[in-house]
Write a protein that binds this ligand. Structure first.
Ligand SMILES: NC(=O)c1ccc[n+]([C@@H]2O[C@H](COP(=O)([O-])OP(=O)(O)OC[C@H]3O[C@@H](n4cnc5c(N)ncnc54)[C@H](O)[C@@H]3O)[C@@H](O)[C@H]2O)c1
Length: 381
């Protein structure tokens, strides 16, 4: 079978997301399945060129996976004619410079979110990419998770009737790092290094809300730093200057109200690390990363408020599991496949830098809402 190779410069591949989700679970997984079948039957074969700051780490990753191409010189990687796509999963603060260089070099761009630290830069990058005539995309992995796919299916199938509200709960306890090591990188907790839960999570909530429910029209947020002192990877104490909890209200077209709590200072009493409850006139659903449960209008119980009596109903047992009915691949891999088909086969692809910029806009306006203590309407980009 004919094979077409596509060189992909992967910058930030020594990081959590770059290594596990993008290299191993996406590009190497595509190779393990024999490449990506294209429209004409050719198999597309991703050839990663690992880019990073540490020779030792890059060589070690390359050796572990039988790869030969790696460099600490981004300019050299971008000068290679066999490299057609530039992918960025560096820390957010380093992204802009690298994306600009890649666009200048005429490479197609695929990048982690947030695409930039502020809206002006995000819009500028999207404009530059359009002007250069390159293809561009942003990671919106949550849309490809089984739980949210099932939720989207319910919306598309009209299960809810008129959708009234969405309630999202995201978070878990991120250890401070003193008596137990933190399970997230320390830059996430320093504002000067591009950290903060609002810039991290609002871009996710933006595409989830926009793609499943509709345009986000206004935001009201309360943002705070609950844990002010943390310990980094080297065990050094530092002041946590970035927000670690964001309590947001998002108004969506059609009168839908979404409330999403995001926190790295909360302990989990839920089935999954993120869950969304959607209530509609005809039915309700609770969706997590994997699972989705529903309760139809016809099977809705009628609880009566009486604090004098113990609860007799097992409310959780009154919900029905939505079956998979299809196989769900890793969400990151599913999106990589769509992006690569967009690049090579010109297949449609909507998750571009403009979508990424709208996510940055929601984070920026959410922070402004919190700072100014008021509701903010979101202008169209
Ligand atoms: N889609 C998602 O679900 C998701 C989840 C987590 C993080 N992210 C995004 O992915 C990006 C990377 O996050 P991560 O959690 O993998 O971070 P990480 O700290 O594990 O990795 C960061 C990478 O950037 C590189 N880097 C380049 N310049 C750096 C510098 N000056 N300081 C520190 N590192 C530098 C590191 O070498 C490393 O490869 C962020 O933009 C983050 O917002 C996305």
């Amino acid at each position: 079978m004919a094979r077409r190779t596509i060189g992909i410069a992967l910058n930030g591949v020594t990081g959590r997301m770059g290594y596990r989700q993008h290299l191993v679970r996406s590009l190497l997984a595509i190779r393990e399945q024999g490449g990506l079948p294209l429209r004409d039957g050719t198999r597309l074969w991703p050839e990663p060129v690992l880019v990073g700051r540490s020779e030792t780490k890059l060589r070690e990753i390359a050796d572990r996976h039988g790869l030969t191409e790696w460099t600490t010189d981004l300019t050299a990687a971008l000068a290679r004619p066999d490299v057609e796509v530039y992918f960025d999963s560096q820390v957010t603060a380093q992204r802009e410079k690298a994306l600009r260089a890649a666009i200048d070099a005429g490479k197609h761009i695929y990048t982690e979110k947030p695409i930039a630290e502020d809206l002006a830069t995000a819009v500028d990058l999207a404009r530059l990419a359009d002007a250069a005539g390159i293809k561009h995309g942003v990671v919106q992995d949550k849309l490809f998770l089984p739980g949210l796919r099932k939720l989207a299916r319910l919306v598309e199938g009209g299960f809810f009737g008129r959708i009234l509200s969405v309630r999202g709960e995201f978070g878990y306890w991120v250890f401070e790092g003193d008596w137990q090591a933190a399970q997230r990188p320390s830059w996430n907790y320093r504002a000067a290094d591009g950290g903060g839960i609002t810039v991290d999570m609002f871009p996710h909530w933006h595409y989830v809300l926009e793609q499943i429910f509709g345009t986000v029209k206004a935001v009201t947020a309360h943002v705070t730093t609950h844990i002010g002192r943390r310990w980094d990877e080297a065990g050094e104490g530092y002041d946590a200057t970035a927000d670690d909890a964001a309590y947001g209200i998002f108004e969506i077209e059609g009168g839908i109200v979404a409330q999403i709590n995001s926190s790295w200072a909360v302990r989990v009493y839920r089935d999954e690390l993120v869950e969304f409850q959607v209530d509609g006139t005809e039915g309700s659903a609770v969706a997590g990363l994997r699972n989705c449960r529903i309760q139809h209008r016809a099977s809705t119980p009628k609880p009566v408020w009486n604090p004098d009596l113990p609860a007799t109903e097992d409310f959780r047992a009154q919900w029905q599991v939505v079956p998979d009915n299809e196989e769900f691949d890793n969400g990151f891999k599913a999106q990589w496949e769509l992006f690569l088909r967009h690049v090579v086969d010109d297949a449609p692809y909507t998750w571009d830098l403009w979508a990424g910029a709208r996510g940055v806009q929601l984070a920026e306006l959410g922070l402004r809402s919190a700072r100014e203590g008021r509701r903010i309407e979101i202008p169209e980009l």
